[in-house]
Design a protein around this ligand. Structure first.
Ligand code: ZN
Length: 191
């Protein structure tokens, strides 16, 4: 697998989606990566090619990476983020190299290590997303979801940079938020 250095938007999507599979984000849904098969589906949906079925060990390693990525999205130290993300690139990838795209054009890329496991591949893809966003759009694009019902985080790669929700269709849905507030009014002990 190779990851184009220009295509940080792809990695930013994977960071957001991976971090938001964690059980603390939407407690009523639990851990969305609850089995190796769920990890297999996550990899396929995000075009991270891995030729085998992920194992329980792979799942543990990906959950650990997920925690590390959450910590990076929450960090207010951009230099720390840059440093850690560079380590994650090196964990999964070697390079940079050039890949031939079309005609005369070449693109910068990082190639995955031949022995890379799913967590290493995800480290590579997500870290390129973090580094590219940091460089191109700035550290303010790492954000917390504005929904009161959700502990999600996201990387905003939109042009205008005004995204507010980790999953706009769900967390930005006024009916969901109104229902949540009504429930809290009825029973302030729940959240
Ligand atoms: Zn959210």
């Amino acid at each position: 697998m190779q990851v184009a250095l220009d295509d940080y938007v792809r990695g930013a999507v994977v960071v957001t989606d991976l971090v938001n599979t964690a059980p603390e984000v939407w407690p009523h849904k639990g851990d969305l990566l609850d089995a190796p098969a769920a990890l297999g589906r996550f990899l396929a949906e995000h075009r991270v090619r891995y030729p085998e079925e992920p194992t329980a060990g792979d799942l543990d390693a990906v959950r650990e990476l997920r925690g590390a990525l959450r910590e990076l999205l929450e960090s207010d130290d951009a230099a720390h983020v840059a440093e850690r993300a560079a380590e994650l690139v090196a964990r999964g990838g070697v390079g940079p190299a050039l890949s031939h795209v079309v005609g005369e054009r070449w693109d910068w890329c990082v190639r995955s290590r031949p022995d890379a496991r799913p967590a290493d591949l995800l480290a590579l893809v997500t870290a390129i997303g973090l580094l590219g966003t940091l460089r191109t759009l700035g550290h303010t694009r790492f954000r917390e979801c504005a929904s009161p019902t959700c502990a999600g985080l996201f990387v905003d790669t939109s042009r205008a940079g005004r995204r507010r929700y980790c999953e706009p269709a769900v967390c930005g849905n006024r009916i969901n938020v109104a229902n949540h507030r009504a429930r809290r009014r009825a029973d302030p002990g729940t959240d």
